[in-house]
Design a protein around this ligand. Structure first.
Ligand SMILES: [Zn+2]
Length: 54
């Protein structure tokens, strides 16, 4: 059985409207870095900065 303990699920929240639009998982290697990426937000109807949240 494959172990997935190395991976941790995180949610990506729109910085503008605080809506959670994306879910992703990151592994141990990048756990320390806070994810931040530009993604499309359907609520804002534009690309906004999405930040990792818990
Ligand atoms: Zn938004």
């Amino acid at each position: 059985m494959a172990k997935r303990t190395e991976d941790k699920y995180v949610k990506l929240e729109c910085k503008d409207c605080k809506q959670i639009n994306y879910r992703t998982h990151k592994n141990k290697r990048i756990l320390k870095t806070r994810l931040e990426m530009k993604k499309f937000c359907a609520k804002c109807n534009k690309h906004t900065l999405h930040k990792e949240t818990k």
